[in-house]
Structures are given as structure tokens and as C-alpha cells.
Design a protein around this ligand. Structure first.
Ligand SMILES: Cc1cc2nc3c(=O)[nH]c(=O)nc-3n(C[C@H](O)[C@H](O)[C@H](O)COP(=O)(O)O)c2cc1C
Length: 203
């Protein structure tokens, strides 16, 4: 049975690298039967609050700047306090029944990306959302693996990507990182679909 769901990928990208990762996440989510995908830049979120409220899943993405999510993405996080969190506290609809996940990209191999993923997971938890992890084993940690292996950075919490600081988004993130992002989008849409179908049965 076809179960229609909507997945939003909400992201910031200063120079286009994280945008490529966001597009890969969206591609993965769109590959799941019955899913509709919305790509939302945080600087345009004002016109999307209502549509985000209708979504089954929200996937958050930000570049790692100075060891945390970019200031622009943090601005979006803070804006949800008034638009979503306060409304929820006052008996309105919040994001509590939605699925969430996250991704980040930075120049260094580590670059403290984990701090950003943790920040995104805590943000989702504050909204009472259901966090979906990456669901891939660490990719490049053995003699039999390579830089082409999915999840080459070895994250569990979400998807990580690396883009060289001195080249444009035409050259990074790598194909392995984009496929990792695609995997996350597909996994989240799959979980959202299962949840929606289960809720329908239980209603
Ligand atoms: C203000 C600023 C801070 C940065 N801090 C980090 C950092 O903490 N760790 C890291 O690995 N890269 C850092 N970078 C590099 C970016 O994460 C990297 O260039 C990334 O690809 C930018 O993504 P974007 O093109 O989507 O903005 C920083 C870049 C900027 C502009």
C-alpha cells in the first residue's frame, strides 16, 4: 500500500558544499515510494513554517563553523523557539510527532563535526522529535576499506561530509560522502513511512 509522506530537508550552506550534501539527502528521501521532498534554505524559512508543520520528517543540515552549526542555522534553531516550541507549550501543534535526523559538512576530516551532529540531535530532542541515526557501520577503518566506502568518517549519529577548504562545491563533498547523505535521506523517509503506516493502523 502506498503511504504518502513528506520529508523536509532544512539546511544552511555558506559556499555551496553543504547544499550538495542537502541535495543528496533529498535525493535519497525521494527514492522512497510515496515520499514528497521539500528542500528549505534556512534564510527562506519564514515562508515555510506552515509547510514544515505538515511534514512527517525534518532532516537538519549545517556546515560546521568553529566547531558548531553555522550561525545562520543556529538562527533558525532559535527562531523555532517562538514559532514551534512556544506554540507547543501553549497547547498548539509542535514537531513532537515528527521524525528527525541531521548531517554536517566541514573542511577537516574531523573538524569537530560530531559537536554539530550532537547539537542537531539535542535540538530535535527539545522539540520531542524521534531522532534517526545514520545506520551505517564505520566505513574506512580497515585494510579492506577505502575512501570510497560509505560513512568513511565513521559517524553514527548522522551523516558527515568533508570538502576541501580551497575548492568549490564542484569538487566536494566526495561521491562517498554524497552517497552517505543519500543513505540518510532514504533511511529517514523509510522510517517516516513505517511510522505513518503504523499510526494509521492503530488509529
Ligand atoms: C567561519 C567558518 C568556520 C569554519 N570552521 C570550521 C571548523 O570548525 N571545522 C572544519 O573542519 N571546517 C571549518 N570551516 C570550513 C567549512 O566547514 C567548510 O569550508 C565547508 O565546506 C563549508 O560549507 P558550505 O560551503 O556549505 O558553507 C569553517 C569555515 C568558515 C567559513
Amino acid at each position: 500500500m502506498k503511504q504518502a509522506i513528506t520529508v523536509a530537508v532544512v539546511y544552511h550552506s555558506g559556499y555551496g558544499h553543504t547544499e550538495k550534501q542537502a541535495q543528496a539527502v533529498a535525493k535519497g528521501a525521494a527514492a522512497v515510494e510515496g515520499s514528497e521532498v521539500l528542500l528549505v534554505k534556512v534564510d527562506q524559512v519564514e515562508q515555510y513554517w506552515d509547510r514544515l508543520q505538515q511534514c512527517d520528517a525534518l532532516i537538519f543540515g549545517a556546515p560546521t563553523y568553529m566547531g558548531s552549526a553555522s550561525a545562520q542555522f543556529k538562527g533558525f534553531m532559535d527562531a523555532t523557539s517562538k514559532v514551534v516550541f512556544n506554540a507547543f507549550q501553549n497547547g498548539g501543534a509542535g514537531w513532537g510527532d515528527k521524525v528527525a535526523a541531521g548531517f554536517t559538512n566541514s573542511a577537516s576530516r574531523s573538524g569537530d563535526k560530531l559537536a554539530t551532529l550532537q547539537q542537531l540531535a539535542i535540538f530535535a530532542a527539545q522539540h520531542g522529535m524521534h531522532w534517526v541515526n545514520l545506520g551505517l557501520a564505520p566505513g574506512h577503518n580497515a585494510s579492506t576499506t577505502s575512501e570510497d566506502t560509505l560513512n568513511r568518517h565513521g559517524f553514527f549519529l548522522g551523516a558527515g561530509a568533508q570538502s576541501d577548504a580551497d575548492t568549490g562545491p564542484d569538487l566536494g563533498p566526495s561521491q562517498a560522502d554524497l552517497l552517505t547523505a543519500e543513505h540518510l535521506g532514504k533511511r529517514v523517509a523509510g522510517v517516516a513511512r513505517q511510522l505513518a503506516a503504523g499510526r494509521k493502523i492503530l488509529a
